[in-house]
Design a protein around this ligand. Structure first.
Ligand code: F6R
Length: 243
């Protein structure tokens, strides 16, 4: 594992440099993205680099980790909407470049959509580079504590703790969906390289548990210790109690 502890002002550019280097090395790369507060600046910085350097932006494919069930991609609270605003639209990516579990209604066969998503990852030759954020309880994607490490993409009941943390996005707790779909821990761990991003003091405790504690289902991100090609990008606040 490589751990980079950075000044706040270079955090986003450093994450973007990692993605950009991957695209330069392999224009047909598949890159996995996460939404949330941590990744907003990284996405912005990556868009700027791709546009400034004028590299071919029609060849790579994106996969996103997760989405709420029953939330339209036109809803600003959806993961899709946020990715569209932050990344897909500014780069004018083609629809065929974007792989997303979006616009999933409660009525459809949720598990079928999940299985098709894993098949699509396989068809694309696997994910070359997967970016992750981390929840305060150690979740990655929507894989909450207790999730088996062998899970493929699947349907989840979102933990109350996580739903409460999304009140600011949806307006009130009753509007935060109770279900989501997420790449599973196995699907994530199959990525050839993983970059875990964490910013801010609130993440300091969980970063210690995830990176220096026992590998356990109780802290889903701890599984990343077993990945052969993991880079962790932290700001100083998130790294402050790391041994
Ligand atoms: C979202 C996702 C989540 C977030 C995590 C951290 O696609 O995968 O696991 O990465 O909830 O969110 P922020 O960055 O808002 O603290």
């Amino acid at each position: 594992m490589e751990v980079l502890i950075l000044e706040e002002n270079v955090f986003d550019d450093t994450a973007a440099d990692i993605a950009f280097a991957q695209l330069k090395k392999k224009p047909h790369s598949t890159i996995g993205f996460a939404t949330g507060n941590t990744t907003v600046g990284f996405h912005k910085s990556l868009v700027k680099k791709i546009l400034d350097e004028k590299i071919d932006k029609t060849k790579f494919s994106t996969f996103n980790l997760d989405e709420y069930v029953g939330v339209s991609s036109k809803d600003p609270a959806s993961c899709y909407f946020r990715m569209e605003e932050q990344f897909f639209k500014p780069l004018q990516l083609g629809k065929d470049q974007i792989n997303f579990l979006n616009d999933i209604s409660e009525q459809e066969d949720l598990q079928l959509r999940c299985t098709q998503f894993d098949q699509r990852i396989e068809e694309c030759g696997g994910i070359d580079l997967q970016f992750l954020g981390i929840g305060l309880n150690g979740h990655i994607g929507f894989n909450e504590p207790g999730t088996a490490f062998e899970t493929n993409t699947h349907v989840v009941d979102i933990a109350l703790h996580t739903r409460e943390s999304k009140i600011s996005v949806f307006g009130s707790l009753d509007k935060v969906p109770k279900q989501g779909v997420t790449m599973g821990i196995k699907s994530i761990m199959m990525a050839k390289k993983i970059v875990l991003l964490a910013k801010g003091e609130s993440k300091a405790d969980i970063i210690v548990k995830a990176l220096a504690g026992p590998v356990t289902k109780d802290v889903p991100a701890s599984v990343l210790q077993l990945h052969p090609n993991l880079v962790v990008v932290l700001d100083q606040a998130a790294a402050q109690i790391l041994p």
